[in-house]
Ligand binder design. Structure first.
Ligand code: FES
Length: 253
């Protein structure tokens, strides 16, 4: 049973007791090993992993940088769901009162323990034409883009992606089809299609209107349900499907 309360349960002596923490060790051939970690108020999953690495087993590999939800490097699988661990409190995810199981992100090769290889994830951003291509590269003037324009609002809805890979790990289509570009890369493409400063809108659309691109999305919505930043890549992909249809009618595909 999951404790959804933010308030941890204290024992009779006032302490929070110990957590039973299972952590994946090894690569694809690995196994879960169990550690005992003191439970503390406001403790995050990243705090737990750091405690294990610093106090119990210095050979544990994992990745983090900012610890404040900005860099996107700390994502792991926590009790079966992909999450950003620096912003996930233990009290949100506990099972059976004190158990936490932590593994690497799904759908990515495991380098070691909790560290995954993000190469294919970011290579797909490049395949999705994720690079901004300015219309006026020589200009020193700031582009004037109304915050109320439709394009600006569409781009703003997806622009806060931190590249954590949570949506990619949550996506069943990526799991079935390793070639699928995935929700993060497609969301990036959608922000560029709507960026009026970008001069190659049709290039971005053509890059994603391919077999393993936007049309491969089954609209399950797992990406939107798990995104820690509240982005809805499913909606972005739907926008790309409409844009691809329009480009086809204009003879651009
Ligand atoms: Fe940077 Fe978690 S450590 S987002």
């Amino acid at each position: 049973m999951t404790n959804t309360s933010d308030t941890p349960t204290r024992s009779a002596d006032g302490s929070l007791g110990d957590l039973t923490v299972e952590i994946w060790r090894g690569d694809v051939e690995g196994t879960f090993e169990t550690y005992t970690v003191p439970h503390q108020t406001s403790q995050t999953i990243l705090d737990v992993v750091t405690y294990v690495q610093r106090k119990l087993d210095s050979s544990l590999s994992y990745r983090f940088v900012c610890r404040v939800g900005m860099c996107g490097s700390c994502a792991m699988t926590v009790n079966g769901s992909p999450r950003w661990t620096c912003r996930t409190h233990v009290s949100e995810v506990l099972e059976d009162g004190n158990r936490v199981r932590i593994g690497p992100l799904r759908n990515l090769p495991v380098i070691k323990d909790l560290a995954t290889d993000m190469t294919e994830f970011f290579d797909k951003w490049a395949r999705a034409s994720g690079q901004f291509r300015p219309t006026a590269p020589e200009s020193l003037a700031f582009a004037q883009v109304s915050p109320n324009s439709k394009e600006r609002r569409e781009a703003d809805a997806g622009i806060e992606c931190i590249g954590c890979g949570v949506c990619y790990a949550a996506c069943d289509v990526v799991n079935w089809n390793k070639d699928y570009l995935g929700p993060a890369a497609l969301n990036r493409a959608w922000t560029l299609v709507n960026d009026v400063r970008d001069g190659e809108r049709d290039t971005h659309i053509a890059a994603v209107a391919v077999d393993a691109g936007c049309h491969a999305c089954h609209t399950h919505g797992n990406c939107a349900n798990h995104c820690p930043k509240g982005i809805n890549p499913t909606a972005s992909i739907a926008g790309l499907k409409r844009a691809a249809f329009g480009a086809a009618l204009r003879g651009k595909l």
